[in-house]
Design a protein around this ligand. Structure first.
Ligand SMILES: [Zn+2]
Length: 151
């Protein structure tokens, strides 16, 4: 579940941005700027989507590159085409699953969204946000805790 780049220590740019985002949301919630906090959460959810697209493109480039090389050895010029096609198929299968460490980031953000909704007295939306957080990461401790307290 941890980030494959920095193992969750926050040293990679993606995790650093995420942690900065959470800190900003926390500050805004504490200051009572709930609408601002909500939009910060939306901005960071969008960043996670962009990150996911980028990581998938990276996977695809590696898959296409690897297969094209193997294909080139076998079929010479034709192999590059066959390899590229094969790579596309491989990464499409991979696309079926969300990227796990990014799901954890989404869970963090939906957890925060639930807090904002609670403070705005939007209780049923808060519960929906937390349930969504759990579907993204079923071991997300802060979410498990608040849902348990809600009963
Ligand atoms: Zn990281």
């Amino acid at each position: 579940m941890l980030c494959g780049f920095c193992e969750g220590t926050g040293r990679c740019p993606g995790c650093a941005t995420h942690i900065d985002g959470l800190a900003k949301v926390k500050m805004e919630i504490e200051a009572g700027y709930l609408t601002l906090a909500e939009s910060t959460i939306q901005v960071h959810l969008q960043k996670v989507n962009e990150r996911e697209a980028k990581e998938r493109t990276f996977d695809k480039a590696v898959a296409v590159g690897g297969l094209a090389l193997a294909g080139a050895a076998l079929f010479s010029g034709l192999g590059l085409v066959a390899g590229a096609l094969g790579g596309g198929l491989v990464s499409e299968n991979k696309n079926a699953k969300p990227i796990q460490h990014l799901q954890v980031r989404r869970a963090d953000l939906f957890f925060c969204l639930g807090l904002v909704y609670t403070l705005q007295q939007r209780h049923s939306e808060a519960k929906q946000a937390w349930i969504k957080a759990l579907t993204m990461c079923d071991t997300h401790q802060p979410t498990i805790k608040v849902l348990k307290e809600l009963g």
